[in-house]
Design a protein around this ligand. Structure first.
Ligand code: 3HC
Length: 297
């Protein structure tokens, strides 16, 4: 399973300058991964303030890596210098690859892809890290669907080794080869999958997380007990409630809604308790409260 860092599949285009769009946990993590592996990164958010917050989050993550002895201080500084924050998509004109990590809202993503089509140079690969929306719907918002592809990273992006590479019916061989070559360079293991809701991991993971919430809702067991049971009994690194709080309850609900709709299976309907927590603003670690409470960082 070790990625072959030197491999350059036939037809892959060179990627040096990378654009990351978004300012949340995923966007910051993805920008960090590219910058740490030697790419120059343009990090585009809706405002310079949001881009600055994302940059600070990356600095905090790299500081922890230095403190743990996993990174040298000079490599942290060089990584940070490779990241340029921006508040306009016009800054993406020269990038070789864009990874979009904005809100899970199809209309907003389609608007972004239509604009990337206007702004980015010919040959740039336009990737989305959507968790569950159809990649083809982003592709058809552009005049170059052959260059649009899914690059689904996992949370926390710097730690999780997988990228699901989602090829639509219109994705070209060159964009596909480019993304495989890039994954090898950033030392992520790439798996190919089709353009279906949830791809591989989320299609299997979220029904399980939803069933855990149903267990709590039915007072069958508490979140603490279920988390402990799944860690000690199934060997998972985090229990389902720890993971829901990390991923975000709003993001989880959006994924479950899409899975429910696509597979037309009533057993996949999100547990009402999850929706209630989202309505109450309890979104997980990022708001200080989800299934558990957290000290705000
Ligand atoms: N940022 C950067 N690196 C991090 C990190 C973070 N937020 N959290 C942990 N890491 C790194 C650590 O630095 C450490 O690296 P090292 O081994 O080189 O020192 C490594 O990950 C292991 O971390 P720790 O020893 O501190 O902690 P754990 O052993 O508890 O591992 C974990 C942390 C890797 C996050 C582990 O708990 C885990 O695998 N959890 C499950 C995560 C998961 O399932 N994610 C998928 C969610 S679904 C998803 O993302 C899809 C999306 O569409 C919603």
């Amino acid at each position: 399973l070790t990625p072959d860092a030197g491999r350059q599949p036939a037809g892959a285009r060179p990627v040096e300058l990378v654009g990351v769009v978004g300012s949340g946990t995923m966007a910051s993590g993805i920008a960090q991964v590219f910058a740490a592996s030697g790419h120059r990164v343009v990090l585009v958010a809706r405002s310079l303030e949001k881009a600055g917050t994302a940059r600070k989050r990356i600095a905090g993550s790299l500081d922890r890596a230095v403190a743990k002895g996993r990174m040298r201080a000079e490599d942290r500084d060089a990584t940070m210098e490779r990241i340029t924050p921006a508040d306009s998509q016009d800054a993406l004109a020269e990038v070789d690859l864009v990874v979009e990590a904005i809100a899970e809202d199809l209309a907003i993503k389609q608007e972004l892809f239509a604009n990337l089509d206007r702004v980015c140079k010919p040959g740039a690969v336009l990737a989305t890290t959507t968790s569950s929306l159809p990649v083809i719907a982003c592709a058809t918002a552009t005049s170059r669907p052959e260059d649009v592809i899914g690059m689904h990273f996992f949370n926390p992006a710097p730690a999780m080794k997988l990228v699901e590479v989602v090829r639509t019916v219109r994705t070209g061989d060159e964009a596909h080869a480019t993304v495989h070559a890039v994954c090898a360079k950033i030392r992520k293991h790439a798996v190919d999958c089709g353009d279906r809701a949830g791809f591989i991991v989320n299609a299997l993971l979220f029904p399980y997380l939803n069933n855990a919430v149903k267990m709590v809702q039915e007072h069958y067991a508490t979140p603490d007990v279920i988390d402990t049971a799944m860690k000690l009994g199934a060997g998972y690194p985090m229990g389902p409630f720890e993971l829901l709080d990390v991923v975000g309850l709003d993001v989880s609900l959006a994924i479950e809604d899409v899975l429910h709709k696509e597979f037309r299976d009533e057993s996949l309907a999100p547990a009402p308790l999850l929706r209630q927590l989202v309505d109450a603003g309890c979104l997980g670690r990022k708001t200080g409260r989800g299934f558990r409470e957290y000290a705000r960082r």
